[in-house]
Design a protein around this ligand. Sequence first.
Ligand code: DX5
Ligand code: ZN
Length: 225
Amino acid sequence: MKKHLVAPSVLAADFTRLREEFAMVNESEADWFHLDVMDGRFVPNITFGMFIIEFMKTLAQRPFDVHLMMVEPEKYIEEFRKAGADHITVHYEACPHLHRTIQQIKETGAKAGVALNPHTPIELLEDIIEDVDIILLMSVNPGFGGQKFIYRTLNKIQRLKEMITIRNAHALIEIDGGVGLQNAEKILQAGADVLVAGNSVFRAENPKDVIAKLKAFESNPLKFV
Ligand code: DX5
Ligand code: ZN
């Protein structure tokens, strides 16, 4: 049976020790690096862009899952791909021409994802769900790491899982924000395929051990049979 995936969110890493932090993830059971790009417009925070991602790529031995929290992401898709993005996820709320943007991502050879803010209903994905590889549900309001998981997300995961199953779509459900050992099991039972974890991993005494524990929870059997 296929296991769920774990994607440590680099935003919570100690940037003065980036080399060691990346080495820790490389040696762990983690599946992807999750990279949060924030533009100070779509969200009230600014992080890093393709220049830093290109540098990070030289340290990484796992795919780069790039989460673009920015307006007009279509302007920079090719550049993020060149910098090393393996998956590019854009926000539904930031893309008036989402179908076109998804095609644009796929044309670069990257996997294409769409992210929803906590207030955005999954039903809005009805006419795009079959075209995307990843659906990222924000379980906090985007902009900062270390926030509290919004429990209503569990219901959203279940409904999204149902929608994907009925359509026989292939999209993975990725949960981002406030995920840790205290709630991972519930999130997986609801139907999640990918757990993003920032503070719960990087601020732990033993990050590798937390990653191993996140991997060890049981996945939802329905999806992978
Ligand atoms: C929030 C980011 C998340 C964040 C998760 O806007 O999209 O990826 O880094 O961090 P934690 O797991 O600490 O909530
Ligand atoms: Zn993120």
